[in-house]
Design a protein around this ligand. Structure first.
Ligand SMILES: Nc1ncnc2c1ncn2[C@@H]1O[C@H](COP(=O)(O)OP(=O)(O)OP(=O)(O)O)[C@@H](O)[C@H]1O
Length: 286
């Protein structure tokens, strides 16, 4: 980290944050300051409140107490400083959108004036975002005809088109093959390195992004830990969080977590690892 990075205000800041639904507290006393350009992985089992955390930062869910600040202002819906990359979902063949139309949906042009000037700036921003993800070759194809990986690259472009200071990613690698997982995560990594965009990356599987992760926020049943992967992804810390014996094994640069009761165990211990598997909690589609 350069000194100039630490001098700047955090890209995302949660202070004493609590989120509860009725009696049920998802998390409380959460303090987290994400630096510009920092890559934070948000991990935890189903229902821990990972997606809800992103919703708070997107201004779609209010905190029960505490504050959430994004790019220096309270989290609010429609912020042009925030880009959002959702899960990969296959778009129907019949969807009458071209790649560049999908990217254009990410434009929030109120900053760009009106009339001709608006359209010129908009077009340039869409082109730049398409170039950032290397999608020029299929930007004019109907999105329904594109592969899952190509669609997901366009969704990253859609998230980048507004030149965000913060990128919120909700399992963006889900159902992508290994090559596309690598491609999409490299795009996100390059964005934060080139533009100092902070990244919050919700995932059930840390291995595909492990080399990129600066810090981990691990949420389990109201408890959480924040630290580097080496600090958090240990048998001791995860056993404390899950309140049961959990073992973290390192195998050829990948982490395997055994004992959480999640499907992670089946993947980690039954029959050995296949490529692309590792720390992998059970996942249901939303
Ligand atoms: N608006 C709401 N009202 C009541 N309960 C909610 C609401 N939104 C989410 N929840 C509950 O909060 C819990 C956390 O949901 P969330 O989607 O944040 O979990 P998650 O960690 O992202 O889980 P997953 O890994 O399954 O995606 C869930 O039990 C969910 O049912």
């Amino acid at each position: 980290m350069t000194p100039s990075t630490s001098d700047r205000p955090p890209a995302v800041e949660l202070c004493g944050a609590e989120l509860a639904f009725g009696e049920r507290i998802l998390w409380r006393d959460l303090d987290l300051a994400v630096r510009p350009g920092e890559f934070v992985a948000v991990l935890g089992p189903n229902g821990a409140g990972k997606t809800s955390l992103l919703k708070v930062l997107l201004g779609q869910l209010p905190l029960s107490s505490g504050t959430a600040t994004v790019a220096g202002v309270p989290a609010h819906a429609g912020s042009s400083h925030v880009g959002y990359v959702p899960q990969q979902k296959t778009l129907d063949e019949g969807v009458p959108l071209r790649g560049r139309d999908l990217v254009g949906l990410g434009v929030d042009g109120h900053r760009w004036g009106t009339g001709i000037r608006y359209w010129k700036t908009r077009k340039a921003a869409v082109e730049a975002a398409i170039a950032q993800v290397g999608a020029e070759a299929y930007a004019d194809a109907p999105v329904g005809a594109l592969s899952g990986g190509e669609q997901q690259r366009l969704r990253v472009a859609q998230a980048l088109v507004g030149d965000p200071q913060v990128l919120l990613c909700d399992e963006p690698l889900l159902s992508l093959d290994l090559a596309n997982q690598h491609l999409v995560s490299s795009l996100i990594d390059r964005r934060r390195r080139d533009h100092d965009t902070a990244v919050l990356f919700v995932t059930h599987e840390i291995n595909p992004i492990l080399p990129l992760v600066d810090r981990v926020l691990y949420l389990v049943d109201g408890q959480f830990r924040i630290g580097t992967p080496a600090e958090v992804m240990t048998s001791e810390v995860l056993s404390e969080l899950y309140r049961t014996d959990v073992e973290v094994l390192e195998m050829r640069g990948r982490l395997v977590v055994v004992g959480t009761g999640d499907a992670i165990d089946a993947l980690g211990s039954a029959g050995g690892l296949r490529p692309g598997e590792g720390v992998h909690h059970h996942h249901e589609d939303h």
